[in-house]
Design a protein around this ligand. Structure first.
Ligand SMILES: *[C@@H]1O[C@H](CO)[C@@H](O)[C@H](O)[C@H]1NC(C)=O
Ligand SMILES: *[C@@H]1O[C@H](CO)[C@@H](O)[C@H](O)[C@H]1NC(C)=O
Ligand SMILES: *[C@@H]1O[C@H](CO)[C@@H](O)[C@H](O)[C@H]1NC(C)=O
Ligand SMILES: *[C@@H]1O[C@H](CO)[C@@H](O)[C@H](O)[C@H]1NC(C)=O
Ligand SMILES: *[C@@H]1O[C@H](CO)[C@@H](O)[C@H](O)[C@H]1NC(C)=O
Ligand SMILES: *[C@@H]1O[C@H](CO)[C@@H](O)[C@H](O)[C@H]1NC(C)=O
Length: 457
């Protein structure tokens, strides 16, 4: 029973080479106790022993606890990196806004000075723009302060990492409880910060980037927001009507540059362009029904089928562009959602949160927005955003917040480069909108505004 001090856990199996039969500890409190004994198939004696409860093992237990703490801190480091990247991206947007603001202000002053010249129209336009932007100034200031706090987190977690590493070598030199509470405290604040920063209100949509030009006028494409690190497979579904072949591209780079793909034949054709790939499965609306199917790509089989009660289908309540787009499935930070309309809600949009395993409705919200006059809709952080149309000048103009069951009218313009959007969905991992625009696969970045207050950190 010599290796006792190196044993990592309280209970373990010891394999003995000889036909040892029993171990009797001199003092059961202080040494190893035989829990049971038996012989295995090779005639070796197998003993289950229970390690003593105090000092001998506490060092090992503590090492293990430390390892866990270190892992926690490493996890936090990763989260902070993500947070930092996002914040930096938003910061760029903020700085750009500031520049624009300054430019406008200068222009405004010039115009004011030259007021006597007859440029009243220009003057008015700028004045309106200024009025629109001015309330943003304090928000921008606050945002910059928040970005600083993220940097502070970064420093703190770096500090903790180094302290913990030292500690592994020099056990006992620090107060473990103190360290533990520091890590827990940092973790809690970080979690709150992540929640705040990861979510927010949509305030801007970037210019589009065309990733590929392929397929028909209608279709959908996406990546899986829960795909493991390094899995950037692209999923591609051409057409809205009676098709059942899903293309899988190995990576975004492959998708952009090649036509090398694997084809998956679904057991049923789909309706519309509302499919979503989530955690290795595709969720789609079965053709000419209000049935939702979850199909697992790994096992190539249906894992769940569920009717969406009362949901209109087969062009009863399509989006403005038509195409059997009655039921739109989507994923945001909070999980899986279905957006559709019912007779009961007079053809207005209904939002349902779905259990991704059972496809059962967890909760529904009824809105006052007619489904047929919506261009497209997507969900970000529990808010449904609805666009005004699929062709011509497009903007996001209606938002329904499921957290408060309230709606508001907003005005966020975005470029409709190819004049026919038949799919628009948010991916919470990329924080991007995936769009299918007239045979072009297009991406937009979104800016989410999230103001964290210092006292919350
Ligand atoms: C760290 O993250 C990994 C992967 O997300 C997870 O499996 C593990 O439990 C986390 N460790 C701690 C201590 O939180
Ligand atoms: C890092 O930790 C040490 C020891 O607790 C402390 O003295 C130092 O101020 C910390 N540095 C930062 C940047 O938090
Ligand atoms: C609901 O979410 C919106 C947008 O994210 C936010 O502005 C609002 O404060 C939230 N309301 C509540 C009650 O949490
Ligand atoms: C095509 O993709 C498959 C995997 O999806 C890969 O094994 C193969 O090497 C690729 N072929 C070319 C020519 O890129
Ligand atoms: C994703 O799938 C894995 C395994 O299939 C499962 O363990 C995990 O809970 C799923 N995650 C979510 C968020 O559904
Ligand atoms: C979104 O932002 C990332 C990071 O700044 C950038 O690499 C990417 O090209 C952007 N995508 C779009 C569609 O603008």
């Amino acid at each position: 029973m010599q290796p006792a001090t190196k044993l990592p856990s309280l209970m373990l199996l010891v394999l003995m080479g000889s036909e040892l039969t029993q171990v009797f500890p001199a003092n059961p409190e202080e040494s190893w106790q035989v829990y049971s004994s038996a012989q295995d198939s090779e005639g070796r004696c197998v003993c289950t022993v229970v390690a003593p409860q105090q000092t001998m093992c506490s060092r090992d237990a503590r090492t293990k606890q430390l390892r866990q703490l270190l892992e926690k801190v490493q996890n936090m480091t990763q989260s902070i990196q993500v947070l930092d990247q996002r914040t930096q991206r938003d910061l760029q947007y903020v700085v750009k806004m500031e520049d624009q603001l300054r430019g406008l202000e200068t222009k405004f002053r010039q115009v004011e000075e030259n007021h006597k010249q007859n440029i009243a129209k220009q003057y008015k336009a700028i004045k309106a723009k200024m009025a629109e932007i001015r309330p943003l100034i304090p928000v921008l200031e606050e945002y910059k302060a928040d970005a600083k706090l993220v940097l502070q987190f970064k420093e703190e977690v770096q500090n903790l990492t180094s302290v913990l590493s030292e500690l592994q070598q020099e056990l006992g030199a620090y107060d473990y409880d103190d360290l533990h509470s520091r890590v827990t405290n940092l973790e809690e604040r970080l979690r709150a910060c992540m929640q705040k920063l990861a979510c927010g209100k949509l305030t801007g949509i970037s210019d589009p980037i065309t990733i590929k030009t392929s397929g028909s006028r209608f279709g959908s494409w996406m990546t899986d927001p829960l795909a493991p690190e390094g899995d950037t497979r692209v999923w591609y579904m051409d057409g809205y009507h009676n098709n059942r072949f899903v293309r899988e591209y190995r990576s975004m780079a492959d998708f952009m540059t090649s036509d090398n793909f694997t084809s998956h034949r679904l057991p049923h054709p789909w309706s519309g362009t509302g499919q979503v790939v989530y955690n290795g499965s595709i969720y789609f609306n079965k053709f000419q029904s209000n049935v939702i199917i979850k199909y697992d790509f790994k096992t190539s089989s249906i894992s769940r089928t569920q009717r969406l009660d009362n949901a209109g289908f087969s062009n009863s309540y399509h989006y403005a562009w038509g195409g059997h787009s009655d039921i739109d499935l989507m994923v945001d930070e909070g999980g899986l959602w279905a957006v559709y309309a019912t007779n009961q809600n007079a053809g207005n949009v209904v939002i349902s949160k779905l259990n991704p395993t059972t496809l059962q409705v967890i909760r529904s919200w009824t809105t006052n927005h007619p489904k047929r006059s919506a261009g497209e809709a997507f969900m970000i952080c529990g808010t449904l955003y609805v666009t005004n149309g699929y062709s011509g000048g497009t903007k996001v103009y209606y938002a329904f917040h499921t957290n408060s069951s309230t709606y508001e009218y907003i005005d966020i313009a975005f470029q409709n480069k190819y004049s026919h959007i038949s799919m628009l969905d948010y991916n919470p991992r990329d924080r991007a909108l995936y769009a299918w625009n007239n045979g072009h696969q297009v991406l937009y970045n979104v800016t989410l505004f999230h103001v964290i207050r210092s006292e919350e950190l």
